[in-house]
Write a protein that binds this ligand. Structure first.
Ligand code: PEP
Ligand code: CO
Length: 443
């Protein structure tokens, strides 16, 4: 890789970055962060690349999900465990329905920075920097809260480490052990609209495990644990580059997560984010939405994956249910003719955001499901394959998206709306979506 180093992005135009008022404080924080221990290892990243390579060949399915924006105050035991449980439950339903291995990628342990449509926000005559996520500033509308604070880079690293540590401990401790399906329930499960179907599935898996263990006379050890990878939007390059390290294999890796992605707002082919990502050996996600052209995508793929390596690129399309079938086919065709062996994911969240009549930002379950089912179909019609889904979800019982089996209405949104940024599927809705995908795939 010529002319690239972890700081080479500084010579390129860059968007969506905080304007830190205190430059020496930023330098001190970055220097400290660059000495902090990494959160993941090159070996794990390489394992994810292999899994993604398998997904690009159609051998497994990717489930990527978590909060739109994590917050430091929600770096809590219950929230982390519930989110993990929902992801595991969904992956179980998908594995069973699709008859495929599921690669689980959390949208967490680092998802603390957000791109914004405007740099500034004005309220009651006062203009302040926009809230850019806990990694940068605080959401309250005061000058002190909105000033970008470099200490937050260190706090973000610490909260990511706490989250990941707990997830790893839970998994090591048998939280995801299929010999103990009781762990796979949530308290709300008993009353959830799909509890019966899900319970039946758990029992079926339980007896299959028992049957094979009896038959073989051996315990199926590998059922004790699952693998879970971490991902976030690589937005604040000060943070990402401080966690970029040369690993013993001689390669450069972002060791702050397994899979960073580039949002479309920062995906200009000749800008800093693409420059940064081209030099790291992690798999790279790219969000594709309305406005993405064949030529632009071609440039991105050529600079991020010049060697056309399976497991390197994950294309995450987010067009919205109404635009998908118009806009996706030409991109699929362009990718196919380019020869890049990508994995395609559908993000059915970000193209379906709307304001409810009462002004609350929401997404409707039916739009989300419609975009997903259509994505499967469009890929099939174009001779491609949808390799997975990218979702904003939580294990908490929030009311942020309308619809679903309980038919949440716009009025219900007020009951428990907790997201700092985008509306998430709650645990029930997330599981319902997984069941709908599994059913559609087997129909
Ligand atoms: C996000 O994933 O939260 C996000 C901001 O998405 P997009 O860049 O696709 O709008
Ligand atoms: Co979002």
């Amino acid at each position: 890789m010529t002319d690239w180093h972890p700081q080479s992005w500084r010579d390129f135009p860059i968007l969506q970055q905080p304007q830190y008022p205190d430059a020496p404080a930023l330098q001190r924080a970055s220097a400290e962060l660059s000495e902090r221990p990494p959160l993941v290892t090159a070996g794990e990243i390489s394992a994810l690349r292999q899994e993604l390579a398998a997904a690009s060949r159609g051998e497994c399915f990717v489930l990527q999900g978590g909060d739109c924006a994590e917050s430091f105050s929600e770096c809590r035991q219950d929230i982390i465990a519930n989110r993990l449980r929902v992801l595991l439950q969904m992956s179980l339903v998908l594995t069973h329905g699709l008859k495929q291995r599921v690669v689980r990628i959390g949208r967490f342990a680092g998802q603390y920075a957000k791109p914004r449509s405007a740099d500034l926000e004005t309220m009651d005559g006062q203009t302040l920097p926009s809230f850019r996520g806990d990694l940068v500033n605080a959401p309250e509308f005061t000058a002190a809260a909105r000033a970008p604070d470099p200490q937050r880079l260190l706090q973000g690293h610490a909260c990511s480490a706490l989250s990941l540590n707990y997830v790893r401990a839970l998994i090591e401790g048998g939280f995801a052990d299929l010999h103990h399906p009781e762990n796979w329930d949530l308290a709300w499960m008993q009353h959830a609209p799909h509890a019966q179907a899900y319970g039946a599935l758990l029992r079926e898996i339980g007896s299959a495990v028992e049957f094979f263990e009896t038959l073989s006379g051996q315990r199926m050890e590998h059922l004790d644990r699952v693998r879970l990878f971490s991902s976030h939007e690589a937005l604040v390059l000060e943070y990402e580059s401080a966690l970029t390290r040369q690993t013993p294999d001689g390669l450069q890796h972002n060791l702050g997560c397994h899979m960073p992605w580039i949002g479309m707002r920062t995906a200009q082919a000749d800008h800093a984010h693409v420059e940064y990502c081209r030099g790291i050996n992690n798999p790279i996600g790219i969000k594709l939405g309305p406005g993405m052209t064949v030529q632009w995508l071609g440039q991105l793929m050529d600079s991020l994956d010049p060697e056309r390596q399976p497991g390197r690129l994950v294309l995450i399309h987010r067009f919205g249910a109404d635009k998908l079938s118009q806009e996706l086919p030409e991109l699929i065709e362009a990718v196919r003719s380019s020869g890049h062996p990508v994995v395609w994911l559908c993000d059915p969240m970000h193209g379906n955001t709307q304001q409810a009549a009462n002004g609350i930002k929401t997404r409707d379950f039916d739009d989300i499901l419609r975009e997903l089912l259509e994505a499967f179909q469009v890929h099939r019609q174009c001779g491609s394959r949808l390799g997975g889904v990218h979702l904003e979800l939580t294990g908490e019982n929030v009311t942020e998206c309308t619809g679903g089996a309980r038919s949440l209405s716009a009025e219900d949104l007020k009951l428990r709306y907790q997201s700092q940024v985008d509306p998430r599927l709650n645990g029930e809705q997330a599981l319902e979506l997984a069941m709908a995908i599994a059913t559609a795939a087997t129909a």
